[in-house]
Design a protein around this ligand. Structure first.
Ligand SMILES: *Cc1c(COP(=O)(O)O)cnc(C)c1O
Ligand SMILES: [Zn+2]
Length: 399
């Protein structure tokens, strides 16, 4: 590996990067790679190849890409008009191989495992990370251990099981499972690619790199990110910082951490100026993918927002459903978590907080097909008719 050290985001302690380690042994906060700011954007497709100079790998030998990354940045002109913005874009991460942005961090984590001579990987997940890790492990001939909640529904288990991982339903406190898996992983040489481990943050940087390139290095004012563990928003911010230091861009957009009000530990702490996250008693949200009551990167996200000048927003279940429907009216079907950034922008507008904001990007994190259960709450109109009456029925219209 190019980078020899990981640095603690909390206290600055350093650890050798060869180890399977994600947490600072001194203060318990997340470790991450130092900024990588030298080098160029290579004229290659595929995120690991294109941004290799900014990733902790010397080469990609052993990695079998599935075309992750390189997702479209879609202009949302009509919604921009409603919001009073000059431009709004949507980064469509549902176009990744397993239909969410998680494939970026998984790709980096899998390559790291291969380079470290590890033959087994794993993750703790109830949502998109589980199928992502299982899929990439299968493709690379690695064993995968996927730890899920005991009561996970069968319709969520099936799309993980198809890749034939060792799928384990774990009874007990789900919150403790995350840290426990990292400890077991270190002991048994299993690379747990959990939501905010250093490699996942490295993978998420490529989201920022692509936005810079797609906007021809003219930075938007805001980038809005639906946030749970905090790993993704940390990666995006780190990516912008690296491109700034490398001289590609001249300013860093403000990052907006968007959460569901029903489970909003980062928003709550930020609002009252706390430096540390407190456990949130989740009231349950349709945005399952961002329902983490005690985000492992929460404290670091607060520190990051302080440095970045960004802020948080929390939205109700109704606002999420409305945003999901608004996205569909532009042809895009996202799972509820993916609609949270747009919902946050409408709320910010209502609160008068979009004054002076001209250009914004929302991160559309995952496909709507992953959460079809919520569709019964959208309500829809349909009709039935007999074949003999079809011509009349169509003529009469559906109004
Ligand atoms: C994982 C996930 C998130 C949250 O990302 P974090 O890195 O945990 O903050 C948001 N949306 C979707 C669809 C996800 O799968
Ligand atoms: Zn530390």
């Amino acid at each position: 590996m190019k980078m020899k050290e990981l640095v603690c985001t909390g206290c600055g302690h350093t650890e050798p990067a060869e180890e399977l380690i994600a947490r600072c042994p001194v203060c318990g906060e997340p470790l991450e790679f130092p900024l990588m700011t030298g080098g160029t954007i290579r004229q290659e497709h595929g995120l690991l190849a294109r941004y290799l100079d900014f990733l902790p790998f010397k080469d990609l030998a052993g990695f079998k890409s599935m075309g992750e990354g390189g997702t479209p940045l879609v202009p949302m002109d009509r919604l921009a008009g409603e919001l009073g913005l000059r431009s709004l874009w949507l980064k469509n991460e549902s176009q990744n191989p397993t239909w969410s942005f998680k494939d970026r961090g998984t790709a980096a984590g899998i390559l790291h495992a291969i380079k470290s001579g590890i033959s087994q990987v794993g993750t703790v997940s109830t949502g998109n990370m589980a199928p992502s890790v299982a899929a990439y492990a299968a493709r690379h001939g690695l064993k995968a251990t996927i730890l899920v909640k005991a009561e996970m529904a069968a319709e969520k288990a099936g799309p993980i099981a198809i890749y034939k991982p060792d799928l384990i339903r774990v009874q007990g406190d789900y919150g403790r499972l995350y840290e426990e898996s990292l400890v077991i992983g270190k002991r048994q040489a299993i690379g747990f690619i959990n939501s905010d481990v250093p490699m996942r943050v490295e993978g998420s940087k490529t989201l920022a790199f692509e936005i810079c390139e797609q906007l021809e290095f003219r930075m938007p004012d805001l980038v809005v990110v639906p946030t749970s563990s905090g790993g993704n928003v940390r990666g995006i911010e780190k990516g912008f910082r690296e491109f700034m230091e490398a001289g590609f861009i001249d300013r860093i957009p403000k990052l907006i951490v968007a959460q569901a009000a029903q489970c909003s530990p980062i928003h709550n702490a930020f609002k009252i100026g706390e430096e540390r996250i407190a456990r949130f008693e989740s009231k349950g949200t349709i945005a399952h993918a961002i329902e983490n009551p005690l985000p492992p990167s929460g404290n670091q996200v607060l520190r990051m927002l302080g440095r970045n000048g960004g802020f948080t927003a929390a939205v109700t279940e109704e606002e999420i459903l409305t945003a999901q429907s608004r996205l569909a009216s532009e042809g895009l079907f996202g799972q509820p978590a993916s609609a949270v950034p747009l919902a946050a922008l409408y709320r910010l507008k209502d609160e008068g907080r979009l004054e002076g904001v001209e250009r914004a990007v929302v991160i559309f994190t995952g496909s709507g097909l992953k959460a079809s259960g919520v569709l019964s709450r959208q309500g829809w109109k349909e009709r039935t008719c007999r074949l003999e009456e079809l011509s009349e029925a169509i003529k009469n219209g559906g109004s």
